[in-house]
Write a protein that binds this ligand. Sequence first.
Ligand code: AMP
Ligand code: GLY
Length: 423
Amino acid sequence: MKVLVIGSGGREHAMAWKLSQSNKVNSVFVAPGNGGTHLNPKFKNIDLIDINLLADFAIEEKIDLTVIGPELPLSRGIVDLFRSKHLNIFGPTQKAAQLESSKDFAKDFMYRHKIPTAKYKAFKMPDEAHSYVDKEGAPIVIKADGLASGKGVIVAMTLKEAHDAIDFMLVDNRFGDAGAKVVIEEFLEGEEASFMVICDGKTILPLATSQDHKRLLDQDMGPNTGGMGAYSPAPIVTDEIYSKVMKEIIYPTIHGMANDGIPFTGFLYAGLMITKKGEVKTLEYNCRMGDPETQPILMRLKSDFFETLYKSSTGHLDSTEIEWDKRTALAVVLASAGYPETPKLNDEIHIEDRVISDTYIFHAGTMFKDNKLLTSGGRVLAVTALGYSVKEAQSKAYEAINTVRFNGAQYRKDIGFRALDNN
Ligand code: AMP
Ligand code: GLY
């Protein structure tokens, strides 16, 4: 079988790596891919981004399954396009992907289906947004309605920050159309976790739990990023919390979408806030796997990823089972200097040949040019390791980091600290 993975990050490298382990798969194309997928002889990078050209490629190459990493092609309707051409693709339709591409759509959906989430209101007019914030007080959270590459959420600890965020989005139009409407919501306190499932429209298959580290610096300080590290499983998701999430969030979401006439297919990611009292609230939906959560999750997957996604894309998820390595997997992201504001690019990356068992280096912002591996993005690599405890996975990942070098590399030294506290 031939598989096409769309995207260029660490998540897509991990997907291609896992898909290629299936004995049913004989070719894996990655569009556009990165330096890591280029260097691996099992994959072939395809320099295409436009969804129409990707569909033409899938027809020409007779691709059996297309899997999408990032949200942008989903919000542009890649699934609808491929299906209209009778191409097999795993992911949500453009309408279903609104759970991620419009915060207002997602919040309205959660309210209507009584799915626990922060109280909110949506605004287009700056004056109304400012008075709402004055009435509610700080801390408060201001979110751009549309996709803003993970930068559209401001957790305002003071009223001034909240008012500035409103002006940034509604007056100065700094996110363009994506910020022409804002969602203002109640500030929630607790611990976050990532909860992902696969769905074929009817059957739901939960993936292993995980936790991301969104802040740049140790102890969750510094600016928000796309994610500086992750591990799986997340001990905060106890059996009790797991059942609550399924009952209060996942089932009502999948059933609610079906009842609204928008059956959900693909990966559904619920970003959770778990309060001290053990309540769970939905912070956001993503219609894709998380990055970097995918890297540790797929390190732990023992079953055939291709078979699961293929069966799901053809509506037969009910005949699939999924098996996980009991060990913990932990990924540490190495970012370039200046990330997240102004990542420095084109630095040469040196990776020693020395292989440390049960570790894997997934590439993200890397490219191969003039016979050199260079940095080409903010998040450069995700060094991922398996261990019998969080501590062991952590020390192996940090040991493997010593095999990598590039100018200005920055990474957190405490990935997994919450799980160590919880263990
Ligand atoms: P989102 O893209 O909606 O997940 O938001 C990005 C990050 O902002 C989340 O991972 C949280 O850390 C934070 N955040 C979002 N919504 C809230 C909220 N209502 N209360 C507190 N923090 C939030
Ligand atoms: N790591 C969070 C995300 O992928 O949205």
